[in-house]
Write a new protein. Structure first.
Length: 274
């Protein structure tokens, strides 16, 4: 098939068709002007973003502990931190744990006890057809050359992997533990933006929910290299469409983490660890 016609077919059958379907399923605005469930999702989303931004800093947490429990307690924790074989590993593991709490645990708790709904209504159930898996493979094939190109830049190597291993006997053990937590964090991120937020507002905002969910997703990339932040705009739109198409975040998790682990492995290879 002609490549241009193939792209047009994908655009129409996956993207346009999904957007139209979501628009058709949109519910009317209540007579009093706003939907309480949507407002609740927005408020919880804002709270989670604030927690992820301000509590995930290890140094900020140490300052908070010092203010609450005194300098002696904070100093004991700092001493334990600096005597660890790999202090950087401790700080990034703390960061990823707070992200998992912010982006996954809090939304799941709110869905179950606040909204009293099923997790499956927010894209939690794994679903994928053969067409979806082919789509994943195609997207990854497109991304791979770009990732390999970017991986040669100094800006990239300074940033990735987030856990920068030290050359000691147990570096691989710590790196594998990090990658496990990193995977759980990607599940959390995908569920938060393309599950909780996206599916929580789609019935009232229709296809515009895709664009709304993309904005905060782009913003959490502000401290990363600028090309990656621009890429987050496209990724946010594409992954949100995939999530709405299948009512599942798991294709996005697979694609997102595949790219991330590839970036980490390329960074390690360029730094001589592999």
């Amino acid at each position: 098939m002609n490549p241009i016609k193939l792209i047009q077919k994908i655009w129409q059958t996956i993207f346009v068709a999904t957007w139209r379907k979501v628009e058709q399923e949109k519910e009317a605005t209540p007579a009093y002007g706003f939907h309480r469930e949507v407002v609740g999702v927005f408020i919880v989303t804002a709270i989670c973003l604030v927690v992820a931004e301000y509590v995930s800093s290890f140094r900020a947490m140490m300052r908070l502990i010092e203010n609450l429990f005194g300098k002696a307690t904070a100093q004991q924790l700092w001493d334990a931190y600096h005597h660890h074989i790999n202090p950087k590993w401790v700080s990034v593991m703390y960061w990823v744990t707070i992200n998992i709490i912010s982006y996954l645990i809090i939304p799941l708790v709110y869905i179950k006890w606040g909204l009293k709904k099923k997790f499956s209504e927010f894209g939690w159930t794994p679903r994928a057809t053969r067409q979806d898996l082919l789509l994943y493979a195609s997207c990854f094939a497109v991304m791979l050359p770009l990732v390999m190109l970017v991986a040669t830049s100094q800006m990239f190597l300074l940033k990735y992997p987030f856990y920068q291993p030290r050359a000691h006997a147990n570096w691989l053990y710590y790196f594998l533990l990090w990658e496990l937590m990193y995977l759980i964090q990607f599940i959390a991120v995908e569920f938060f933006f393309r599950g909780f937020l996206l599916h929580g507002i789609k019935k009232q905002l229709g296809a515009y929910s895709i664009w709304i969910a993309m904005i905060p997703y782009c913003m959490i990339h502000f401290k990363k290299p600028m090309p990656e932040t621009f890429g987050a705009i496209i990724a946010g739109l594409v992954l949100a469409t995939f999530s709405l198409k299948n009512n599942s975040v798991w294709l996005g998790v697979l694609l997102h983490y595949s790219v991330a682990i590839t970036m980490d492995l390329l960074a390690l290879w360029h730094k001589g660890f592999l």
